[in-house]
Design a protein around this ligand. Structure first.
Ligand SMILES: Cc1cc2nc3c(=O)[nH]c(=O)nc-3n(C[C@H](O)[C@H](O)[C@H](O)COP(=O)(O)OP(=O)(O)OC[C@H]3O[C@@H](n4cnc5c(N)ncnc54)[C@H](O)[C@@H]3O)c2cc1C
Length: 464
């Protein structure tokens, strides 16, 4: 059936009630896009974001089923929207369709304290989930920059990683089970056991799927006890390579920092923040050993207050982003004054390849007039980020910046790594998915055809 928008919205209203279906107002503009904003080294296709036909705010899994069935009938896309903080355009509306604003599915279904598991609807904001868990002495262990805005479903959809990932892993490590509505309207539920080895772990298929294989309606996550002690350290190192050597040695010595966050501009000194969680005596011993490792690489320890202020301030920018959104204001764009492209890339590489990668990438960036602002590491010597900028006056210069970013992403693939370790692919790197996965992309497309036979779930994302 061709998209008769009046008939489609009438059907949605009949199924979900008037209050759950929106066809005008600021909500349409807000939920048609995420944080893949202008000035990244990527230009959105013309006409994107497309104005949704309707934004649906479901309360139950049945509401999601009804929405998917309506989309199927009228053959329009359904895009799941969580907090809209994704950086890769995963929640961006490319064609007019239905945006499923999952934030209204925010109920905690069950906290099993003794079992250290929590089940919640997928639209729950991570900070709200943590607040409930904290009152039971637990936490999720997933603590991204965007914790006050991002949802459990969005975190799973992008296969996210947070500040504490060094000890607790990423969200995909924490998901034990889920419920999802597939593209044909089927409700699919996995077993939520503490561990399962009876065949592949199907829940993991939805980690990083960005709403292309199913709409996740409920998640069961492993939780962790609030640490008896969290020690935080801040240290300066003479250069990026000194910090890289420290990250490698910490891991090699069997230390497992819950947090390692390091950044240094090229040729300059850099700052590292370390966090250790656990029982008092264990943390004490880990800190002493870590300080010895750091001293061996020229680390200068800074006052405790420096580390504390980093830790306490880590979500402040996200709180600000939320306030701008509530006030319906555009957030100021990041980047150095005068630079019109600002971007950040997050690649994963075998630790030994990081130094040669940096050398080659810096030469590639320089060739295209792109400036490296900072190299960064997360959780160890393998997860590498780079912030880049370029002053651009012409479309050709913008294209140069985009080509430079692609060069850096493909270089990571060529050196045995992955082009992205935390934010997903969305539309931003969809064109490189074949290069990333090879034959695997064919397999993903085959799986998509089974789970979403009409191709209505977030079409064109991830190169699917
Ligand atoms: C400045 C900045 C810093 C960031 N730092 C981090 C960080 O530290 N760690 C990190 O992991 N990420 C980070 N991100 C990226 C982003 O916050 C995460 O990807 C976040 O988990 C997305 O959650 P969301 O709810 O906002 O998802 P959205 O942006 O709304 O959606 C993300 C994707 O998931 C899909 N999706 C959403 N809900 C569902 C659902 N219920 N079922 C199926 N698919 C769904 C969407 O369709 C989309 O493809 C950062 C972003 C910004 C802007």
């Amino acid at each position: 059936m061709k998209a008769d928008t009046t008939a489609l919205t009438a059907l949605l209203r009949e199924a979900l009630g008037d209050g759950a279906v929106h066809t005008d107002g600021g909500l349409l503009a807000e939920t048609a896009r995420d944080q893949l904003r202008p000035r990244r080294s990527f230009r959105l296709p013309d006409g994107v974001p497309a104005r949704p036909i309707a934004v649906v705010q479901p309360r139950t899994t049945e509401d999601v089923v009804a929405t998917v069935q309506a989309a199927r009938l009228f053959h329009v896309p359904v895009v799941a929207y969580g907090g809209g903080t994704g950086l890769m355009g995963g929640a961006l509306s490319l064609r007019p369709g239905i945006v499923l604003d999952t934030r209204t599915m925010d109920r905690v279904v069950n906290v099993a304290v003794e079992d250290r598991m929590v089940t919640a609807q997928a639209g729950i904001v991570l900070a709200a989930l943590n607040a409930v868990l904290e009152s039971c002495g637990l936490m999720t262990g997933h603590d991204p920059w965007t914790l006050p805005i991002a949802t459990a479903g969005g975190a799973l959809g992008t296969n996210g990683l947070g500040y504490l990932g060094g000890r607790y892993g990423g969200i995909a490590d924490q998901v034990l089970g889920l419920e999802a509505v597939l593209g044909d309207g089927t409700v699919y539920r996995t077993r939520a056991a503490p561990r399962a080895a009876a065949g592949p772990t199907i829940a993991r298929l939805f980690a990083g799927a960005e709403g292309t294989l199913g709409i996740v309606t409920e998640v069961t996550l492993r939780t962790f006890p609030l640490p008896e002690r969290r020690a935080l350290l801040a240290l300066d190192f003479p250069s990026f390579l000194h910090g890289h050597a420290v990250a490698a040695e910490l891991l090699a010595s069997g230390l497992n920092p819950a947090m390692l966050d390091f950044g240094a501009p090229p040729g300059e000194s850099g700052r590292m923040y370390l966090g250790f969680d656990g029982p008092e005596e264990v943390v004490q011993a880990a800190v002493e050993r870590a300080l010895r490792v750091c001293a061996g690489h020229g680390g200068q320890r800074l006052g405790e207050e420096v580390a504390q202020s980093f830790w306490l301030g880590r979500h402040v920018p996200a709180d600000r982003l939320r306030s701008w959104r509530q006030a319906e204001q555009e957030e100021p764009l990041p980047g150095a004054p005068g630079s019109s492209v600002f971007d950040y890339l997050h690649v994963a590489l075998p630790a030994s390849r990081v130094p040669p990668y940096i050398e080659r990438a810096e030469a590639m960036f320089a060739e295209r007039g792109v400036q490296v602002r900072e190299w960064g590491l997360w959780h160890g010597p393998e997860l590498l980020s780079v912030a880049i900028s370029r002053t651009t006056d012409t479309p050709a210069e913008v294209a140069q910046a985009a080509a430079a970013a692609d060069d850096a992403l493909t270089l990571a693939q060529d050196l045995g790594g992955s082009m992205e370790y935390v934010h997903g692919a969305g539309i931003r790197t969809a064109h490189l998915m074949e290069r990333e996965h090879g034959e695997g992309l064919r397999l993903l497309r085959a799986i998509k055809r089974v789970l979403d036979p009409d191709g209505i779930l977030n079409p064109l994302k991830l190169g699917l």
